[in-house]
Design a protein around this ligand. Structure first.
Ligand code: ADE
Length: 228
């Protein structure tokens, strides 16, 4: 899978993709993430990528031309399944969207900045608009990093234990159960006996019940319309 991210602050995306799981995915040849500086596609001397909003008002708007040029240049090299725009007024990101996007081949992610992009970009080039939550970030870069991380860790072979993404919170519509490691008794704080019993089917039932209990307590909305 390949993800091309278009941004005016490429430095912001250097950290997240050069470490841990994303780095491993890249090293294993399972995912390629490429960051493109929008200013490289500006034809102006000042490398301008934003301009005043028609109709007035505070804040700059990202111009069509550099974005269109960058997207078109990428599209001339390969086909893309989605051109995503990160924006607080997009569809709220969740695990099922991450699952769906992890099955795609190539994706472009455009990071918004300032007051956002010229609406005509959204109309003509963008296939999907995603928000990572009901709050406003200073740009789409951190949101793009969140989405990219959530997608790439789902690709087969990226996580060491292939099954571990399947037991994540949300993967089956439930929150994950509590987990414990050694020591079994830390100054009187004990691990539930069942987890030490070695009885796998009883452990599985305990984990399932703990997941349901946790979901009921913290996210009852996830259980609506479900029979458990
Ligand atoms: N850009 C600014 N805020 C954002 C958000 N909440 N989600 C996605 N992109 C954004």
């Amino acid at each position: 899978m390949r993800i091309d991210i278009i941004t005016v602050v490429p430095d912001l995306l250097e950290g997240p993709f050069s470490h841990s799981i994303l780095k491993r995915a890249e090293d294993k040849g399972l995912a390629k993430v490429r960051v493109h500086n929008l200013r490289d596609y500006s034809s102006g001397k000042q490398k301008q990528v934003d301009d005043y909003a028609f109709g007035g008002g505070a804040g700059m708007v990202m111009m069509i031309e550099p974005i269109a040029k960058c997207i078109d240049a990428l599209k001339s090299e390969r086909d893309y399944d989605e051109v995503i725009y990160m924006t607080p007024d997009g569809e709220t990101f969740n695990q099922s969207m991450a699952n769906e996007l992890s099955l795609k081949g190539n994706i472009i992610i455009l990071c918004g900045h300032y007051k956002g992009v010229d609406e005509r970009i959204r109309q003509k080039w963008i296939t999907r608009e995603i928000s990572i939550g009901d709050y406003v970030l200073s740009g789409g870069e951190l949101a793009a990093a969140v989405v990219t991380d959530a997608i790439i860790r789902l690709l087969p072979g990226v996580l060491n234990d292939e099954t571990s993404a399947l037991t994540d919170s949300f993967q089956d519509g439930l929150l994950a159960p509590p987990v414990y490691t050694r020591p079994a008794d830390y100054e009187g704080l004990k691990v539930p006996d069942i987890l030490l019993s070695g009885h796998q089917s009883k452990i599985d039932s305990w984990r399932f019940e703990a997941s349901v209990r946790r979901t009921k307590e913290r996210r009852p909305d996830l259980l609506e319309g479900k029979e458990i």
